[in-house]
Design a protein around this ligand. Structure first.
Ligand SMILES: NC(=O)C1=CN([C@@H]2O[C@H](COP(=O)(O)OP(=O)(O)OC[C@H]3O[C@@H](n4cnc5c(N)ncnc54)[C@H](O)[C@@H]3O)[C@@H](O)[C@H]2O)C=CC1
Ligand SMILES: O=C(CO)COP(=O)(O)O
Length: 327
């Protein structure tokens, strides 16, 4: 559900793995391009999609007989979409979030929004998250990811369905950690983008990445995540991929901020979703409520909202923790 860069890529992975897949696109012309030319030029330029991948702009057709429903729309649109889609969800289907954002206002994770918006139990909700830059995977470059679901059998089924010879999906039981890893690394990717935009080198980036991981871990563990999840693919793995790649929209958004563009200008130039820009406020609100210090994320917010000059970024990394390595 969602024929942007990641929704289309996962649909390709699933089709390449030998399963039937129907991709829902809001825009009819995108569905038509996929069905007729086997391309989605706006989101995956140069990628040939498999002939077995079909698309539709009709929700009922997309969801008819679906056993697994992969959600790939921007976080802020999920609730309103599910409220329309829920009547078409077949009984017992697994809902899989591919989304790496928090809901503004409520601060809820996507699996929580999915439960609220559909009335279905949490056992039917799964998340797939990892170092997964869409275009690289669409090209067939090998990568791995994690599926987490409270129901182990469903996690295994999803992992089997969206694994192919170039995409390996592991499973774990830590829905919260897997979900928050994807959300929080985006904020650190914006930070790395900012200092890259300022022209700083690897010491600064490595320091922010490492101290960023400490912030991510502290926040996630305070929500009940397992620490080790944040040191796996859905945490550290995704942080490395996103922070080091110009394919990352969050990194690119940060880079523009570092070069002096305002949030408004960044949003205008960035034609795709950069979840970090929307998640930063709810993350900091929750952090303040729980008494968690997040100096890097705070500075990201200050630069985004124009309270701090990008040139002053990174001068308070020492506030993250008194102790460098936590036990
Ligand atoms: N692109 C990537 O490499 C990866 C993205 N993700 C996550 O996947 C989610 C989706 O991102 P992308 O596909 O990359 O974004 P995108 O910007 O490429 O595509 C978003 C899709 O959602 C649709 N959309 C926008 N507003 C909508 C609305 N109100 N209702 C219905 N559909 C709407 C757009 O038409 C487009 O098809 C994000 O949460 C992102 O963090 C996760 C892993 C990798
Ligand atoms: O989540 C991603 C890679 O794992 C994609 O990152 P961006 O949303 O920053 O492009």
């Amino acid at each position: 559900m969602g024929a942007g860069s990641w929704g289309t890529t996962i649909a390709k992975v699933i089709a390449d793995g030998g399963c039937d897949v129907m991709l829902y696109s809001r825009r009819e012309e995108v569905a038509q391009e996929i069905n007729e030319s086997h391309r989605n030029g706006d989101y995956l330029p140069g990628i040939q999609l498999p002939p077995g991948l079909f698309a539709t702009s009709d929700v009922a057709t997309a969801l008819q007989g679906a056993e697994q429903i992969y959600l790939a729309v921007p976080a802020q649109t999920l609730r309103e979409n599910l409220e329309v889609w829920r009547e078409f969800i077949p009984k017992g289907a697994t809902l899989v979030s591919l989304i790496k954002g928090l809901e503004q206002g409520s601060g809820l994770r996507m699996s929580q929004v999915m439960v609220e918006a559909t009335g279905l139990p949490i056992e039917q909700m799964a998340v797939v998250s990892g170092p997964n830059l869409a275009l690289e995977i669409a090209k067939g470059e090998p990568a791995a990811s994690v599926c987490a679901c409270p129901d182990v059998e469903r996690a295994n089924e999803v992992a089997r369905t969206c694994s192919s010879d170039y995409f390996t999906v592991f499973t774990n039981h830590d829905l919260i950690g897997t979900e928050l890893g994807g959300v929080l690394k985006n904020l650190i990717a914006v930070a790395i983008g900012i200092v890259n935009g300022l022209g700083y080198g690897q010491n600064t980036k490595a320091s922010i990445m490492t101290r960023g991981l400490a912030e991510i871990t502290k926040f996630a563990v305070a929500h009940g995540a397992r620490r080790r999840t944040l040191f796996g693919l859905a945490g550290l793995g995704d942080l490395i991929a996103t922070s080091e790649s110009s394919l990352s929209r969050n990194f690119r958004a940060g880079e523009m901020l570092g070069r002096g563009y305002t949030k408004k200008e960044v949003l205008k130039r960035l034609l795709q979703t950069a979840e970090g820009l929307s998640s930063v406020a709810p993350v900091l609100k929750i952090a303040a409520e729980k008494g968690i210090e997040m100096p890097i994320v705070t500075q990201v917010s200050d630069v985004i909202e124009g309270r701090m000059r990008a040139g002053d970024f990174g001068r308070q990394l020492n506030l993250a923790d008194d102790v460098e390595v936590e036990s």
